[in-house]
Unconditional design. Structure first.
Length: 464
């Protein structure tokens, strides 16, 4: 017999968190409706509602593992559509202020299937919307939540359809959709706090830390033979250089070059000449030298929204039961760590576990609290690490790391250096942590501590 928690679930948003939530909810509800304010293109194309997709997106190996569990054969499908396998660290050049990363064939499946974000979304979207009990309502905006008479449990959503224009605008017609559960995956622009306030309910406290990172990206045609020596290049920013970049292969024999800087001095510019000039100032000129002379495939796009921001739904004294918040709508991280989609994948697993527990006890009354608390536990170590590392980029008059945080950063920097230099077991463990395949506490193993202690000096910046 099919497992059943409820009759109808609504998901707000069809970004990565929304799609993965729908996939999980489909196992537990008779019907799932995904509501998306955008027009959803039939082909893999950029769309308005996910503006960050213009910039390099890696699905880390830990996240891909979860996606392959949820959608069997997803990796194979991505490869068929032109995604490029990039093995860490054999196919990747990594350059930090202190040197180049040793390139080794690592054990296990530590690789990224590099593509545009819109190709990945499209493949996941096709698989999700092919499920028999999932339907999508595109060009439809959720404008608020409906509560039952008790005022404390969700009854559905208010929606407004949007006119059929390239940049959808409201055509004014409003209606409602009833549901037992509403999952808000509206991303950084989620209106969750406003909707709770409208119902007279308390809103979650916010934690934030903003390094004012700025991204600029341009796509180039990739010439034949480009992969002879390497496939992807990462230039890691440091608090001193305040500039980084990546050159990542994407489908259609192209490369996506993303430059990263920080507000107040090192923002990468969005004009073509200045884009190249900025690339030349990086700690290595290799990215500049590689793209210079290549044929661009589109303009330069900029992006400025990169703060770490977290809404503490898990701490609410009074909740709207049945309203769950997931993805960037509850915890959005600095994109430099490339973790957002993998965190969305882990969150979908948390949702599946919470629903399984609810089914076992046939009790939905604590679903929201159980989910947001478990999700917060999943986010805690990831959030702590991101903000701790980001604090090193803040000015002295801004928030400073505590002595414990400084010590943890110093230790991680040393492990990073050891991983860069030595390759071997330390690199394997470090890269697996970066790819969210194992916990960062595993870097406290004695052989790694030993390597970290030995790696104090600064390496020389030889060629890759
Ligand atoms: C520059 C940059 C680079 C990044 N690089 C990486 C990377 O390399 N790897 C990685 O894992 N992550 C990366 N991220 C993070 C990643 O983009 C996000 O974590 C991820 O998109 C979160 O997915 P989401 O579904 O929560 O939100 P989104 O993908 O933003 O989707 C939200 C969806 O909700 C819809 N929506 C919003 N409000 C409503 C409403 N009221 N009604 C109906 N629909 C609504 C929107 O139209 C949109 O489709 C990067 C982020 C940035 C900014």
């Amino acid at each position: 017999m099919a497992k059943r928690v409820g009759s109808h679930a609504v998901v707000v948003g069809s970004g990565m968190a929304g799609l993965l939530s729908a996939r999980v909810l489909a196992d537990w509800f008779d019907h799932v409706t995904v509501i998306e304010r955008d027009h959803l293109p039939e082909n893999p194309e950029h769309r308005h509602g996910v503006p960050q997709a213009r910039h390099a997106h890696f699905l880390l190996a830990g996240g891909r593992r979860v996606l392959d569990e949820l959608y069997h054969g997803l990796s194979a499908r991505l490869l068929e559509e032109g995604a490029v396998p990039v093995r860490w660290t054999a196919d990747l050049l990594g350059c930090a202020e202190f040197g180049w990363m040793a390139r080794k064939e690592l054990d296990g499946d530590v690789q990224v299937l590099a593509s545009t974000r819109w190709l990945l979304d499209w493949v996941v979207r096709q698989r999700t919307f092919a499920l028999p009990n999932v339907t999508v309502r595109a060009r439809t905006e959720v404008t608020g939540l409906l509560a039952r008479d008790d005022g404390l449990s969700v009854d559905g959503v208010r929606i407004r359809s949007r006119a059929q224009t390239a940049t959808p605008i409201s055509d004014g017609s409003e209606s409602v959709i009833r549901a037992d559960v509403v999952v808000d995956a509206g991303g950084r622009s989620s209106q969750g706090r406003k909707w709770l306030r409208e119902l007279g309910l308390p809103v979650p406290a916010v934690s934030r830390l903003d390094t004012e990172q700025v991204h600029a990206t341009r796509i180039y045609r990739r010439p034949p033979g480009a992969f002879d020596e390497w496939k992807a290049l990462h230039v890691f920013p440091s608090p001193r250089t305040r500039a980084g970049a990546c050159l990542t292969p994407i489908e259609g024999d192209r490369w996506m070059a993303t430059l990263i800087g920080y507000g107040g001095g090192t923002e990468p510019p969005a004009t073509p000449d200045a884009f190249l000039a900025f690339a030349k100032t990086l700690v290595t000129p290799l990215l500049h030298d590689t793209i210079m002379g290549l044929e661009p495939d589109g303009p330069v796009f900029g992006f400025r929204r990169s703060e770490n921001i977290r809404y503490h739904y898990e701490r609410l004294p009074r909740r709207l039961e049945g309203y769950l918040v997931i993805g960037d709508a509850v915890c959005a991280l600095n994109p430099i760590y490339a973790q957002g989609m993998t965190v969305a994948a882990f969150s979908a697993k948390v949702l599946a576990k919470t629903l399984a527990a609810a089914e076992a006890t046939a009790d939905l009354s604590e679903l929201t609290q159980n989910f947001q608390k478990s999700l917060a536990k999943c986010h805690d170590p990831i959030w702590r690490r991101a903000v701790r590392q980001d604090m090193a980029f803040l000015a002295a008059e801004q928030q400073r790391p505590t002595p414990m945080q400084r010590m943890a950063n110093q230790y991680m920097n040393r492990v990073g250096r050891a991983a860069f230099r030595e390759g071997g077991r330390t690199q394997q463990a470090y890269i697996e942590v970066i790819h969210m395949m194992r916990r960062s506490t595993s870097l406290l193993a004695p052989h790694i501590v030993w390597q970290a202690l030995r790696s104090g000096g600064t390496g020389r910046l030889h060629g890759p």
